[in-house]
Design a protein around this ligand. Sequence first.
Ligand code: BMA
Length: 314
Amino acid sequence: MEDPVVRRHENNPILTRADVPYPVATVHNAAAVRHQDRTVLLFRSHLHSGRSVIGLAESKDRFRFTVRPEPFLVPAREGIFAEYEEFGVEDPRLCAMEGAYWITYSAYSRHGVRIALARTEDFAHVERVALISQPDMRNVVLFPRKFDGRYARLDRPHSEISPWSINISYSPDLVHWGDSRVVMKPVPYHWDEMKIGPGATPFATESGWLHIYHGVFPTMAGAVYRLGVALHDLEDPSRILGVCDEWILQPEDPWERTGYVPNVVFSCGAVPEDDGSVTIYWGGADTVMCAGSARIADLVSLCLKRSRPAVQSM
Ligand code: BMA
């Protein structure tokens, strides 16, 4: 058997609700970033009400995490954010840029789901910046630099007439977004035929931006969530240099196959390391956090050598 491209950490699951000092049902879908000498995870937890909050865990060795005594982000109680976060805050992503950590997260309310932007410099204080999409939109990852003077993000609008696809949008100020276009679509009768969405914040390699995304396949026993990988041009991230035709990770361990939602691996964060590897964090079955690592060169090569069209012609 071929070696797996993503090697799971031997102590998976690395974080569970037993590690959280307040009552939660799950610990999953965490954003990840390196801050000073530690790795910070912002993870989602279902409360026993079924609504979600975002907690913070930190580690000096990438795999053994300590959770803060209080959640990091809970639904706002006043102002515009209170109206749009009343059902919970979910699935954050972190992007280090211009001296701050930018957090994009899903804000749920009676009006639908939209994306909010917050920022922190130290993970002690957090400040909400703006709601940066209309409903319905989830899964927004920022690129950590500007392109021709504009910020860029990958996003995933909902549609009734097309399988949900990955788009790119641009902004002069991180608040107002537009000039959107589709960059990647699901492929019929493939592992991601039902829908795809941005996953971890893209990171730069010599060959392009590497983006770990999720793809969903419908089965008689429910949907299966897997991870795939795509490579975007360094100077023009709307150009996809290659999308690997095969998944890089699928639910296999017992805690990925059974839990709050069975058969789910879902990543919101990956951290490139100095040794040419990337540490990937993913939620297992919407219940626990897992980690693994892959050689960045292997992922790049999968994108280029086992590529399929990013957007298939009709
Ligand atoms: C998606 C989101 C994710 C979740 C996944 C699997 O639609 O809700 O947060 O991990 O479904 O349940």
